[in-house]
Ligand binder design. Structure first.
Ligand code: ATP
Ligand code: MG
Length: 359
């Protein structure tokens, strides 16, 4: 086959490979460009939005395998990646420009929701996505403390200006009340404050808004599900049986409010002594994976007990702790699994639900 014939076949094989975000065929979206064909070897450039950038390499690898499998005579393919801008459609009444709003929740207190919400947000950002972090624990906000953020959000053009962690916008009740002040909320006030955080905060344009949920299952989840369509919930649990029971409860609560479950993360999953290299499964291990299989929801990965995660968060330096690759590795795996889970959801619903303009 000549290079011209190979080129034609390559083009038409893009009909059966979809952009993971818009679910439209790559042949229609113009995301594959810069073809070079010499002696049966092909090169091209795949442009992906920042939303799917965390799994950009694996999408490029899949495209390479797809092209190799569908075009006989092709000897090799090199796919390089690039970032493509595609605006987020504002969400309904709220007007929030975010492609996916994700609640990080648990059926239980103290299992690491806030640690994971903040770490997932920062890691998604470091993997190339545009991310905001909303601390919806209006009773006991801990995000400002973990990230060492202070200051009172200003109002500019009728919008609350979030406090940035590096370049990531963060909003929390902790910025509005004193450090040791207790908040007593009545239902409508709670609803009002969450709605303001979503509607009246200058989030800019986001791929992901990560929401740190308060302990327990009730009010805030309901409020959120009434205010906007959540892309889904990430359920955090520790490996012991008692915690897994609570995780099941949280899952059934979200399912009742029609919020999809994006997956379960096992936190505090073993501890490896940095000196001896020995691993101790303090709370057990593998329970959450088992539970996920049982409930038919994705398992997003395991985050071990890592002392710096606790000590640095206590000092307001969680973002610094994540600069250490050993600490951030489990979060990178969780973030990739999360983006995979979201794109799987979009794929299951089909292109109409993606409702995204193509280029
Ligand atoms: N993988 C981990 N390794 C070490 N320490 C951790 C880990 N995950 C969480 N922690 C620590 O455990 C404590 C509880 O975590 P965190 O505050 O994130 O839990 P939470 O579920 O948000 O709690 P709450 O229900 O009170 O909101 C914190 O001191 C945190 O630093
Ligand atoms: Mg918390």
């Amino acid at each position: 086959m000549t290079d011209t014939e190979i080129h034609q076949r390559l083009q038409s094989s893009l009909d059966s490979f979809k952009d993971p975000e818009s679910q439209k065929a790559l042949s229609k979206t113009g995301q594959v460009t810069d073809w070079v064909l010499t002696g049966g070897e092909a090169k091209c450039r795949l442009s992906l939005t920042s939303m799917v950038q965390p799994i950009g390499q694996e999408i490029a690898d899949k495209l390479r395998d797809h092209l190799l499998a569908s075009v006989p005579g092709l000897k090799g393919v090199t796919v390089t990646t690039d970032t493509l801008y595609r605006p987020a459609t504002p969400i309904g009444q709220i007007g929030l420009k975010a492609k996916a709003v994700i609640a990080v929740a648990a059926g239980k207190g103290g299992v690491g929701k806030s640690t994971l919400a903040a770490s997932i947000a920062l890691t998604l950002q470091s993997l190339g996505a545009k991310v905001g972090l909303l601390d919806a624990d209006v009773y006991g906000p801990s995000i400002p403390h973990m990230l060492g953020l202070e200051g009172r959000p200003e109002i500019l053009d009728n919008k609350i200006q979030p406090i940035p962690c590096g370049t990531m916008p963060v909003m929390s009740m902790g910025f509005l009340i004193g450090r040791d002040q207790a908040v007593v909320w009545r239902g409508p006030m709670l609803h009002g404050s969450i709605s303001q955080f979503l509607k009246d905060t200058n989030w800019g344009e986001l791929d992901y808004l990560i929401i740190d949920m308060p302990p327990g299952t009730g009010d805030v989840a309901l409020t959120l599900s009434q205010l906007l369509p959540l892309a889904g919930a990430v359920i955090v649990c520790t490996p012991q049986e008692v915690a897994l029971l609570d995780a099941s409860k949280a899952i059934s609560m979200f399912e009742k409010t029609k919020v999809p479950i994006l997956g379960i993360v096992e936190n505090m999953s073993g501890f490896t002594d940095p000196e001896s290299g020995k691993t101790f499964n303090i709370f057990g291990k593998g329970g959450a994976r088992q539970k996920a299989i049982e409930l038919g929801v994705p398992f997003l990965g395991e985050v071990p007990i890592q002392i710096p995660l606790r000590s640095e968060a206590d000092e307001g330096k969680l973002a610094d702790a994540l600069k250490n690759p050993t600490i951030s590795k489990p979060f990178e795996d969780v973030c990739r699994a999360l983006v995979r889970s979201i794109t799987d959801q979009i794929a299951a619903k089909g292109p109409a639900s993606a409702a995204l303009p193509v280029l």
